[in-house]
Design a binder for this molecule. Structure first.
Ligand code: NAP
Length: 314
């Protein structure tokens, strides 16, 4: 029996809870290991929720999870990176596996948490931190082991892509599209994280560390967001057959990696230009496989459809 503690019961936490409850019997039959959810940490245990765990499962004191000796795996779906970090350090130092969706936490403490996990024989996993439900980290890790990845690039922030797509398709103003994105719940709590490109840079750093097997600090990735783009830029480039995208790009150069986050003009009729609305796309080039990509819908939208993911060779 493996005992799991879930941190957070918001958008991601509820999704995890539902999948867990639905799939645990099948997983147990397949692996011979039964899974039990022992605690769900939230800020407010009295809040009305769409998903209501069974009596006694909701708790609001993180120390009850930190101090317990029965939990094997912690799944982090809170949006509090300071508490997440405390939980991660405590879990990994005690040999408990730690799985997180929090890209801020992963980007800030990537090397330290990996080292801690290795020292204590625990797993530190963060597939959902980049691209939501789109599988990127696992395939990248496999590719990195199989042969040298030479470059990767992509659209990693669905909110910025939604704004740019609306400006292109409808000639809507930047401010109109921001208001619309906000209304749909697409923007981060601090919208500068999306608009200034910081969110994209965090995700690119995580992908770079995995894909190139080293350490690529955020500070080494120049970053310009979409705040200075206006309707006339999009329209002018459109007339020249180009689409504007907030691109994350990284290339192996000698023993290092050159990476950036910039708004770029990409030729129409390419895979990158075809990514509309809140979709993400990552393209990877490796020595033996050539070019491959993964496309998916990340999950922030308040009333989102189920995440759709497609892996394709391009
Ligand atoms: N939403 C997405 O599309 C998406 C995709 C990939 C990754 N992520 C990442 O996943 C994480 C969760 O995102 P979300 O959208 O699910 O957030 P959310 O809907 O705002 O939910 C956050 C949850 O964390 C709980 N929480 C926050 N601070 C807490 C604290 N100090 N102590 C106890 N519980 C606390 C909240 O409790 P209450 O319910 O009581 O308020 C809530 O249940 C974030 O790191 C986010 O960046 C999100």
């Amino acid at each position: 029996m493996k005992r799991i503690a879930l941190l957070g019961l918001g958008q991601v936490g509820q999704g995890f809870y539902e999948v867990f409850e639905h799939e645990k019997a099948r997983v147990a039959a397949m692996t011979g290991v039964s899974l039990d959810l022992g605690a769900v940490l939230v800020r407010d245990t009295q809040k009305p929720r769409n998903v209501m765990p069974r009596e006694g499962l909701l708790i609001s004191n993180p120390d009850r999870i930190i101090d317990d000796t029965v939990t094997d795996v912690i799944v982090d779906a809170i949006n509090d990176s300071t508490l997440g970090y405390r939980m991660a350090v405590s879990a990994l130092a005690h040999g408990k596996h730690f799985i997180t969706a929090d890209k801020v936490l992963v980007s800030r403490h990537f090397e330290e948490l990996h080292a801690l996990a290795n020292r204590h024989g625990a797993a530190f996993l963060y597939e959902a931190s980049v691209g939501g439900g789109t599988p990127l980290i696992k395939p990248l890790r496999a590719l990195e082991r199989a042969g040298e990845i030479t470059s990767l690039r992509g659209i990693l922030n669905g909110s910025c892509n939604f704004i740019l797509t609306g400006m292109r398709d409808e000639g809507a103003s930047y401010d109109t599209m921001i208001a619309r994105a906000n209304e749909l719940g697409y923007l981060e709590e601090d919208p500068r994280d999306d608009l200034e490109g910081y969110d994209t840079r965090r995700k690119l750093r995580i992908l770079c560390c995995v894909a190139f097997g080293g350490s690529v600090p955020e500070a080494d990735i120049p970053c310009v967001g979409i705040t200075r783009l206006r309707e006339r830029d999009i329209a002018g480039l459109g007339k020249a057959g180009m689409e504007v995208k907030l691109l994350a790009s990284a290339q192996r150069q000698g023993k290092g990696v050159a990476a950036f986050v910039f708004p770029c003009a990409v030729p129409r009729l390419t895979a990158l230009a075809g990514i509309s609305g809140p979709l993400n796309l990552v393209e990877v080039t490796s020595k033996y496989l050539g070019r491959a990509g993964a496309q998916g819908l990340w999950a922030r939208a308040r009333a989102a459809a189920p995440p759709a993911t497609r892996c394709l060779r391009i």
